[in-house]
Design a protein around this ligand. Structure first.
Ligand code: HEM
Length: 215
């Protein structure tokens, strides 16, 4: 068993864990986006969907615990990676030269990651743990998006999420060894397309509710 822990603690093991948990989060984002599309159907459609989901009972709890565990692993391994990269830099340059091949996504990974983490905490307080005794989940979401601060924050964070996954998706493929030069353009294109779908898919929902749905 100790070989397993040694492997997980090795730098390759940590990178694999990071990629695996990140990839699972991408899958979660796809499912979450599909569910959120129900908001376009209005109050009954979204509330009906949320009720059906919660009727799954213990399955939802297991799923949430899995998500939480993956979240902790992803944040911890990411933080260790960030610290190691920071500590390994021999000289702290006053002016940062933009390294060849760097993209906005790769250069900002730790910062966008941190912002997404802060967002998720507030997002869960806002929606997941919201008091539903006098309001349905649709009303809670709708009220939030009619508030200009919430609206602006969500639109901004959805762009941040898109930038984060644009590099994360590509990087996970690389870590899994699928980085053959022949497939690189395809994988890069896929990552950008995924980031676009996530950013636009999630980002347009608050705009639509604020503009076209009454409170
Ligand atoms: C327009 C964008 C979004 C909307 C309208 C939205 C809406 C919601 C709602 C209503 C819930 C509560 C579901 C329930 O408990 O019945 C929820 C949960 C959650 N959301 Fe979002 N969400 C959005 C974007 C995101 C993004 C970008 C992330 C991740 C980066 C995210 C992560 C989560 C997580 C982790 C949960 C808890 C899942 C669970 O308990 O099973 N959401 N969201």
């Amino acid at each position: 068993m100790s070989w397993l822990f040694s492997f997980i603690w090795s730098s390759l093991g940590r990178k694999l864990l990071m990629a695996l948990t990140g990839f699972c989060f991408c899958m979660f984002l796809v499912m979450h986006l599909f569910g959120n599309l129900m908001l376009y159907g209005g109050r009954d459609a979204f509330n009906g969907y949320a009720e059906k989901l919660h009727q799954l009972g213990v399955l939802v709890t297991v799923f949430e615990l899995g998500l939480l565990t993956f979240g902790i692993i992803h944040v911890l391994t990411g933080s260790i990676l960030f610290y190691q990269n920071f500590a390994a830099r021999p000289v702290r340059y006053a002016v940062r030269a933009s390294g060849g091949g760097q993209t906005l996504g790769s250069a900002t990974m730790p910062y966008t990651g941190f912002l997404v983490l802060v967002f998720v905490v507030f997002h869960l307080i806002d929606f997941h743990f919201a008091d539903r005794t006098n309001a349905t989940i649709y009303d809670i979401v709708s009220t939030a998006f009619h508030d200009p601060f919430h609206l602006a924050t969500y639109i901004f964070v959805m762009i941040v999420v898109a930038v984060h996954v644009s590099h994360g998706f590509w990087s996970a493929f690389q870590t899994f060894g699928l980085n053959h030069v022949k497939y690189m353009p395809l994988i890069k294109g896929l990552s950008l397309a995924f980031a676009f779908v996530v950013g636009l898919g999630f980002g347009f929902i608050p705009i639509y509710i604020a503009l076209f749905r009454g409170q």
